[in-house]
Design a protein. Structure first.
Length: 358
């Protein structure tokens, strides 16, 4: 039998973890206290260190190419942004500050997002993580907002399509709706975008009826959950909606917008997740990526503003991606308020997914 016979499946990527980070991310800093502060990166990297010996490989950050940024952001926005970032420190919107290091940090974050995708596609590792600032999922094609300047995970997903993949999934478990990522891909059927978020909450979008536009209808899946939701609610959402859709979509690469601000300790939101909940969600996504994506998962740091929750959330999420999490980590049962919210999601999504019509 020839070595390249189609009957022989390609080898699976090795187990292990590739991490992209850079000290220059910390230089993006506010003039006074701000929840999106350099110490967040320190906490996230402590979470990585807590993993111990997992076959980790550290990679240096790389700058984004203009062509990669233009895959998701308008050229006019990028031109105006470069001019603005060259000014004295200030704000891009009421929430999003910049200083003389912001352009370097943002361009390194977006460039490293592409490098992470390359590492996963080329088989350097099965799991990759981008520990970067500023975060990205609120940045739209033509606007910085919500602490975000460039949409790192969107740049990564577009790069994966340019590399030849046909189907990419983004699961956003940040407590805030990933409005920027949705805006970028809502017309794109090749990119499945799933967002679980507290509602109502900033940026006041991500309702169940937002399912995408044109050819992309059904490829946007919003799971708004009521304030106070915890592990039981997220488990219901995963089992009834997220996992069936991912199985049916069969993505070739799975990317996670990993905010840790749905943790009960977070000061900017009202959800009740704990460390083990992040391990369980990550483990389930690892399972979802097992066959169609050959286990390839990339985790992108988004929000999370309590340093303790961020450190241990990162550790537990990565543990969940690297090894199966005990099913007992998540309590069984029903959350009535979440069940009501999920019924609206099911009603909105059933026309597009056979797995939800049962």
């Amino acid at each position: 039998m020839p070595v390249d016979s189609p009957l022989v499946p390609p080898p699976a990527p090795p187990s292990g973890l590739v991490i992209f980070s850079d000290p220059r991310f910390a230089a993006h800093a506010p003039a006074s206290y701000h929840p999106e502060r350099p110490r967040r990166l320190d906490a996230a990297l402590r979470g990585v260190e807590r993993l111990g010996d997992v076959g980790r490989v550290d990679r240096p950050a790389v700058f984004a190419r203009r062509e990669d940024l233009e895959g998701v952001h308008a050229a006019e926005y990028l031109d105006a942004l470069e001019l603005k970032l060259a000014e004295r420190p200030g704000y891009l919107d009421p929430d999003t500050y910049f200083n003389d290091a912001t352009q370097t940090a943002a361009w390194l974050a977006a460039g490293s997002a592409c490098a992470l995708v390359d590492a996963l596609i080329d088989g350097d590792a099965r799991v990759g993580a981008l520990m970067a600032r500023p975060p990205g999922h609120h940045a739209t094609p033509n606007r910085a907002m919500g602490f975000c300047v460039l949409n790192n995970i969107a740049v990564a997903a577009r790069h994966a399509l340019k590399r030849g993949l046909k189907r990419v999934a983004i699961v956003d478990w940040d407590v805030h709706h990933g409005n920027g990522t949705q805006a970028i891909f809502e017309h794109t059927p090749e990119v499945l975008f799933v967002s679980l978020h507290e509602s109502p909450l900033y940026p006041n979008s991500g309702y169940a009826q937002e399912v995408g536009q044109g050819e992309g209808r059904g490829a946007t899946v919003n799971v708004p959950l009521p304030p106070g939701s915890g592990g039981v609610a997220y488990r219901q959402a995963f089992e009834r909606i997220v996992m069936p859709i991912l199985s049916e979509a069969a993505p070739e690469l799975l990317l996670i917008s990993a905010g840790f601000d749905a943790h009960s300790r977070d000061p900017l939101a009202n959800m009740q997740l704990d460390d083990d909940d992040y391990a369980w969600m990550a483990s389930r996504l690892r399972e979802a990526a097992g066959e169609s994506a050959r286990g390839r998962v990339g985790l992108f740091l988004e929000g999370g503003y309590d340093l303790h929750a961020l450190e241990f959330g990162v550790e537990h999420a990565l543990r969940g991606l690297l090894s199966h999490a005990d099913d007992g980590l998540m309590p069984r049962g029903q959350d009535p308020s979440a069940a009501f919210a999920l019924s609206a999601v099911l009603e909105a999504q059933r026309p597009y997914w056979k797995s939800l019509k049962k």
